[in-house]
Design a protein around this ligand. Sequence first.
Ligand SMILES: [Zn+2]
Length: 280
Amino acid sequence: MKIMTIYAHPADTITNCGGTLALHAQRDDEIVALILSHGGRIHANKYAEEWRKANPDGDVATAGLDDIVANKKDELDRAASILGIGKVITLDHDDTYATVHEDVVEEIAEQIAAEQPDVVIADHPRSPAWFDAHSVATGMALAALSRAGTYLRNLDGRDEVPVRQVFLTGLPVFNLDALSLNGLRNDCYIDITGVVGTKLAAMDQFVSQGYHGLFARKLVESYNGEAGRAAGVNFAEAFVRLYNETHGALPVTEAALAADPLTRHIAYSSVNLRGSYPVP
Ligand SMILES: [Zn+2]
């Protein structure tokens, strides 16, 4: 299977689905990460920390956009190789877009057509009225999927693009059932407990935006811990499937059949994250 992630910023891929990608890399699935913007204008944490010092390091405090972007690319490359992402494609747009751009849709469609992924992972677009960079990125990714879906061998001289499923991340709704909140919820959980140290090591690379060390552990404990609580495991990543799926019989997973509601609280609280994976 080939997976293509499409996210707005360099670190989004790791925080949203890094554990899931590490698991698929272990299965020898091919992974391509497409990142729309360079992230040079967001999360300037390392630089802001320096500005606040009495005697700031001049190189850090006066870093220009090229330096910041180059440093972030290094961080991304290291994180990608830790997770087993085989290929990183950065389109290097500025971080300021607030609407869908026709030319970026075309760029993404070209990358989808060239890579031919079976599965795409992107952020949940949440509200269409919220012109957040992540929502806009997914708007462009979905438009690009539609466009790539119109490529035909006889008209365009290239293969059609049969993406089988899109998994959407970042919806902070962890209901345990389909009836609460009118059915709005993540509907698919991946147990990342076995690779949580790999995800932390990847996040530890993003020093420039303060995603390393204590923050990485805080995010995984809280965000992946909450998804894990909904899933009955220590740490999970949560997804919403875009398309319906067809099964030969009712799809009740082994984990669902094995779940013990009375001891769940122990099963999903068995890892001391900071003890097992201390800040390096
Ligand atoms: Zn982001």
